[in-house]
Ligand binder design. Structure first.
Ligand code: ATP
Ligand code: MG
Length: 377
């Protein structure tokens, strides 16, 4: 039997739960020309949400084209343009001859060459020359969705996943200026930009000195609520002829603090161990087994940290808040209060902590937090 829980993959119905309000808001935005930015820590469900909303739009609206681009692996501006052009063209033309024709029509100046990629179903466009500093060529790529929209009399939605990656480009600020200068003239294209690294994205989108200031509606994705998980877990068990009661489903959500990826992972472990009716012993056993599986990873992670970084994480896990106080500094051997800022920044960069409200620091990975408190110490 196929497991009713999915993790590590982008999830959609019937593996998709809740997110009703978020889906509505995003859908409304994108269909009304409001650019949208989505920010959340890793694995909270950004990609799943956008995929869900976009596939709904594709189904209902024949006059809208959507394009989903993941720029996680783009390390340079040139790679970005290449992946971008490919994704946009593939979103409108799936047949080889049409794809080639469109590449010539819109990007002829860049002398593109086209080859069949590994997956054999996709065509791949490469540009021969170094065009990054050629304004005309860059414009051709960035204006591509707008020109196609005008020609086909459609609207275009361009979704760019892992947008925080652009911060690593050689001159990210100049690149952002370029994007903004073209995109702001696009009447028929709506952009949805999303990623993790809250502090970096916030700097890009809510700093008045940055090109993307006030570019669109910023949505902070929350975790999925305990009640929604309960309903979801009970339903998915029932769908597959097994039974779990509402309290136990709540305990699954609690154990991983409602973290979407982990709730699905733990639910799957519990489901696999349940012959027919779930018990508390099964939930506990599944959780322990999950921690055991992850502990090697966590040990390696700890090995990569300095002793002060580890102490800081322990202090966060123990619920400390006043990090600059003498008491906390000496209890956890954190050095002087001047260190705290560096510790915070380095752990934010490593995606280990999240700071949503200034005074409230959280460990991003709830299982790591549990391991830290119960196994490591
Ligand atoms: N709405 C949802 N309903 C059920 N499960 C979900 C939902 N959203 C996310 N999940 C679970 O969380 C996992 C991670 O989701 P997803 O990949 O969409 O997160 P992400 O925020 O894009 O992560 P990353 O920052 O690593 O790209 C999914 O594989 C799924 O198991
Ligand atoms: Mg994602």
């Amino acid at each position: 039997m196929k497991t009713p829980f999915l993790f590590g993959k982008v999830t959609d119905f019937p593996n998709f739960t809740d997110r009703v309000k978020e889906s509505e808001r995003l859908s409304k935005n994108l269909l009304n020309g409001v650019n949208s930015i989505i920010v959340s820590p890793r694995r909270w469900g950004k990609t799943s949400l956008v995929t869900h909303v976009l596939s709904d739009i594709v189904e209902k609206r024949k006059d809208v084209r959507v394009c989903h681009i993941d720029v996680f692996n783009c390390r340079t501006e040139e790679q970005f343009y290449q992946i971008y052009a490919n994704a946009i063209l593939s979103a409108v033309e799936t047949k080889l001859d049409k794809f080639v024709e469109a590449a010539r029509r819109y990007l002829g100046r860049l002398v593109p060459s086209i080859s069949l990629s590994d997956s054999a179903q996709q065509y791949e466009l490469t540009f021969g020359v170094n065009f990054k500093d050629d304004k005309l060529s860059v414009g051709d790529v960035l204006n591509l969705p707008q020109r196609i929209s005008e020609d086909l009399n459609i609207d275009f939605i361009v979704a760019i996943d892992e947008f925080q990656s652009i911060d690593f480009y050689d001159d990210s600020l100049a690149f952002q200026r370029k994007l903004r200068s073209y995109w702001q003239h696009h009447k028929r294209v709506t952009y949805c930009l999303y990623g993790s690294k809250r502090h970096m994205l916030l700097d890009i989108f809510s700093n008045p000195n940055m090109p993307f200031f006030k570019f669109g509606d910023i949505m902070f994705l929350d975790k999925i609520s305990r009640e929604d998980w309960q309903e979801f877990i009970v339903r998915r068990f029932a769908d597959t002829g097994k039974v779990i009661d509402i309290e136990l489903s709540g305990i699954i959500a609690d154990k991983v603090k409602n973290h979407p990826y982990y709730v699905q992972q733990l639910s799957q472990q519990v489901w696999l161990r349940t012959a027919r009716k779930c018990t508390l012993a099964i939930v506990d056993e599944a959780f322990e087994s999950m921690v055991r599986q992850l502990s090697l990873l966590f040990t390696n992670l700890i090995d990569s940290l300095t002793s002060r970084q580890i102490s800081f994480l322990v202090a966060v896990a123990k619920g400390e808040e006043r990090f600059s106080s003498q008491e906390v500094l000496s209890k956890y051997k954190l050095g002087t209060s001047a260190n705290i800022k560096n510790l915070r920044t380095s752990l934010l960069d490593k995606d280990l902590i999240d700071i949503r409200v200034e005074s409230k620091i959280e460990i991003q990975d709830p299982v790591f937090e549990w391991w830290l408190l119960n196994e490591y110490l």
